[in-house]
Design a protein around this ligand. Structure first.
Ligand code: SAH
Length: 236
């Protein structure tokens, strides 16, 4: 289960935060660190702040873009300190831990953390099934990156302990669809909606993000996705 849980850090600017995140993960029995375009890595500050969790750094997956980090994931949760223009399903830290553990027995899941200065973009957040917000002081809600990683990894560890004790039932009926499969479905859906003149490419407004939010909420399984793709092909 642990191998299916990945912590994804996007464009981290301070290598010290990468090391501190690795330490946070290791204390909570997690090991899969994905770094998307880190500004400096490897770096002495990362190793220093990892304080013995350098094995996590040594096996970290460094990738160029966000899609590469999450393509095979069937659940992606984006950590955000602020609420955004188009509201998305939001879970708190505890629910995040429970969801991650419920899905991780079936396939890879990702918890994604943003940049120290700007956090995650709206486009990146819209690629996520859920957003997680760590409940905190409403007037001072931005945790240090590694501190946010620590809180969410702690909740995952608690959920793993509870899961072990209960041998909890799985949430899905069938194999969940991967992130990449779902992105191909969105592409197909968009093309079909344009072809039938439902979606005006010159004035798309929020139609696709809203439809993505709907399907992301459902947690599509592979067979369901095949049915939807079949319907689109029949329309074409
Ligand atoms: N200044 C940025 C926040 C950067 S903090 C902003 O306003 O968006 C770096 C990252 O830590 C964030 O992108 C987010 O992934 C995580 N984080 C910080 N505080 C958080 C909180 N209260 N809940 C969830 N994630 C948080």
């Amino acid at each position: 289960m642990q191998k299916n849980i990945r912590i994804v850090l996007l464009n981290t600017s301070h290598p010290g935060n990468i090391g501190a995140a690795a330490r946070a993960m290791k204390t909570m029995n997690l090991s899969q660190l994905y770094l998307v375009g880190p500004q400096y890595f490897p770096h002495a500050d990362a190793t220093a702040r990892a304080a013995g969790a350098d094995d996590i750094l040594a096996q970290a997956h460094v990738v160029e873009n966000f899609s590469q980090a999450i393509a095979d994931c069937q659940l992606v949760i984006g950590a955000s300190a602020r609420s955004r223009a188009l509201p998305w399903p939001v879970v708190d830290a505890r629910e995040c831990g429970e969801k991650v553990v419920a899905h991780a027995s079936q396939g890879p899941v990702a918890i994604v953390f943003g940049r120290e200065r700007e956090g995650l973009t709206n486009e990146e957040l819209q690629l996520c099934n859920y957003h997680v917000h760590i409940p905190c002081n409403v007037e001072y809600s931005s945790l240090n990156l590694a501190a946010a990683v620590q809180v969410l990894c702690y909740e995952i560890n608690v959920a793993m302990l509870v899961n072990k004790a209960n041998d909890a039932p799985q949430e899905a009926f069938d194999a969940p669809a991967s992130h990449a499969e779902i992105q191909r479905f969105y592409q197909h859906l968009e093309e079909t909606l344009v072809a039938i003149d439902f979606l005006d490419p010159n004035n798309p407004r929020q139609l696709m993000p809203r439809l993505q939010r709907l399907f992301n909420r459902v947690g599509l399984e592979q067979q369901e996705l095949n049915i939807l793709r079949g319907i689109l092909s029949a329309i074409e």
